[in-house]
Design a protein around this ligand. Structure first.
Ligand code: ADP
Ligand code: MG
Length: 299
């Protein structure tokens, strides 16, 4: 077990940011840590990396209690903090050598820096100042510093926030490659991101764990499919109710309907329309946003 979180709570003053959270992450798992803003993701990650003490409960990383062995734990963890703070006035290579120095990599220092530059695709940027880099390349520098000491566990706090679509794809691919050999826990508030990169998803809301699922199961969390339909005439509710999996039918003006379902029932809806000589002129799948799923999960 790489990460064990046991009944962890965290108070900021009187505010409870984490509420009796427990979960485990095994070796080489890539886990998405999902939740809306303020859910407690960053707080949990700071506690796992030993940068913030919990108020109660225990966290073990590779069997070591983080509070008791924070230096040893930090050697085993690579951490990309939220907003990836970097020294903007340093040159990329200079910065990575500085980080390598902190980890006392000794005579392996230069070689590791070069390997990380290669791995994260920073070759052309290595002689630039960090402040001159685009957001995507700064994230790569952040990943390079997190990986430089070859940690077994990677904690990435919103690694793709603020990236443009191309950078997003590249950084996701990079994380996927890294994840083949390491335990990765990455936070995000983007559901598609979890589906793209992670095998498993932990969802927290208001400091509590509300779901722990294989990521391809996210859609089954609740009635996770929503379809917007329009017909040329009105449709009796009973007709929709003949379709298995439909959980909610809302009639809207202009022969429009919003359907919630536990499965992808588009084909059945189309067949129902054909069988009843109804003319279906529009059918759109709605991408459920995380907030609405949280809302249901926490009711
Ligand atoms: P997330 O990363 O999921 O957005 P955070 O862990 O940053 O959530 O925050 C969880 C809650 O704790 C929020 O309500 C936030 O306002 C509060 N919080 C976070 N850091 C501090 C702090 N240093 N002092 C006081 N409250 C904080
Ligand atoms: Mg955060």
């Amino acid at each position: 077990m790489s990460i064990q979180v046991k009944e962890v709570s965290k108070f900021y003053g009187k505010q409870k940011a984490l509420d009796n959270l427990s979960f485990e992450i095994s070796d080489t798992e890539v886990v998405g840590f999902l939740g809306p803003n303020g859910a407690g993701k960053s707080t949990m990650m700071k506690i796992i990396t030993g940068f913030l003490p919990q108020s109660s409960g225990d966290v073990l990383v590779n069997g070591l209690n983080v509070m008791e062995h924070s230096l040893e734990v930090r050697k085993q963890i690579g951490y990309l903090p939220e907003n990836n703070p970097l020294y903007l006035d340093l040159y990329v290579k200079e910065y990575l050598e500085y980080v390598a120095g902190i980890y006392k990599l000794g005579n392996k220092k230069k070689q590791r820096v070069n390997e990380m530059i290669e791995l994260t695709g920073l070759g052309l940027e290595q002689k630039k100042k960090i402040g001159a880099l685009s957001k995507g390349y700064r994230q790569r520098v952040g990943l390079a510093q997190a990986l430089i000491h070859d940690p077994k566990v990677l904690i990435l706090d919103e690694p793709t926030t603020g990236l443009d679509p191309n950078q997003l794809i590249e950084v996701r691919q990079l994380i996927q490659n890294i994840g083949k050999e390491k335990t990765v826990m990455l936070s995000t508030h983007i559901m598609q991101e979890v589906e793209a990169i992670c095998e498993r998803v932990l969802i927290i809301n208001k400091g509590r764990l509300v779901a722990d699922q294989a990521s391809n199961n996210i859609h089954s969390l609740k009635d996770s499919y929503v379809f917007d339909l329009q017909f040329t005439s009105s449709v009796a509710k009973e007709l929709f109710q003949t379709i298995a999996g439909i959980t909610h039918i809302q009639a809207l003006p202009n022969n429009r309907y919003q359907i919630s379902a536990k499965a992808d029932v588009r084909e059945q809806i189309f067949q129902m329309a054909v069988n009843n000589q109804l003319v279906l002129i529009e059918m759109k799948s709605q991408e459920r946003n995380l907030e609405s799923i949280f809302h249901e999960l926490t009711q």
